[in-house]
Ligand binder design. Sequence first.
Ligand code: SAM
Ligand code: SF4
Ligand code: SF4
Length: 371
Amino acid sequence: MSERVIPLIDQRLVSVAARIPSVTTAPTGLLGDALGRPLRDLRISVTDRCNFRCSYCMPKDIFDKDYPYLPHSSLLSFEEITRVARQFVAHGVQKIRLTGGEPLLRKHLEILIEQLAALRTTEGRPLDITLTTNGSLLARKAAALKAAGLQRVTVSLDGLDDTIFRAMNDVDFPVADVLEGIAAAQAAGLGPIKVNMVVKRGTNDHEILPMARHFKGTGIVLRFIEYMDVGATNGWRMDEVLPSAEVVQRIHSELPLVQLDAAAPGETAERWGYADGSGEIGVISSVTQAFCSDCNRARLSTEGQLYLCLFASQGHDLRHLIRGSATDEQLAGAIAAIWQGRSDRYSELRASLPPDAGTGARRVEMSYIGG
Ligand code: SAM
Ligand code: SF4
Ligand code: SF4
């Protein structure tokens, strides 16, 4: 058995203070980064805690009872999140995804959703508000989330085989309860629902076809995600990555597929439709096919650090501005300056290295900044 190396540096502490530029101009909704990429999608992590211990994300031996989760006072309040989100929207954000940890563990999340649902894009339209969840609390909360203004949910589910799924979430959580959550979300009108399956070769890849068969024809879009080298604790190995091309091949051999056009620029998933017209699947090839060139996503951590890439090793601390005396205009100016300096393209750089080489730097955990 290989020994797990516990990171010596807590990557959450590695940040630079966001600075107010000496000259701030009013947001135009057309902010571009150093590579000309617009800012369209904001992912907000509302908690760093989770009731699952998926080995690829929060391995039990590290995220144990002694793990230093953030104290409540460190978390941005709903008012603070909404205030900062408003500045992002002024810069062109059209879609907000709530994530975590497990976002449904954050108490009264509906109140935050109500506040975010009141925001309008620069063209005066409501935002596209969605949430990624492990589904464990969805059956209980779906109706209230919908009533608060949530439009859609993405539910993570790594297989239908109960033994495999219980082992992968590592807290013995049954598949049936997640399926019940998905059904409740569908009944509440939180669609089109997406289901995310992280594929680990040798662990759950034999679940690809049963999952495809199960969700085909239901209106639910199943998406297969390549197991990624996020964070520093999951012991990632290239040989456990099953390339998306192989996922498509395996499904196509039994359930013929045709490739579909991308839904929107910057969309992470490649879309494939069933040839018989009974729905579609998606594949997210973050390891084998870099899609950095049109990456328009920013990530806000639970404590108000702005991350410019899922694989970033440092955040930009906005909380000290939010909690300090910065005006909205200054906060917007600070966000603009950070985004304008963005040149992150981790997946593209990794693609140019030999397998398993990594790019050296320690990275922040997925459970801290969400997916
Ligand atoms: N707890 C929620 C959930 O599981 O849906 C939201 C947060 S979770 C960090 C967001 C997404 O990241 C999930 O779909 C999860 O499967 C995915 N994820 C976590 N670690 C990953 C990894 N190493 N590679 C690929 N996807 C990963
Ligand atoms: Fe929790 Fe989601 Fe990470 Fe699994 S993937 S441990 S459910 S945050
Ligand atoms: Fe975006 Fe970073 Fe992922 Fe590239 S590696 S697509 S820049 S989040």
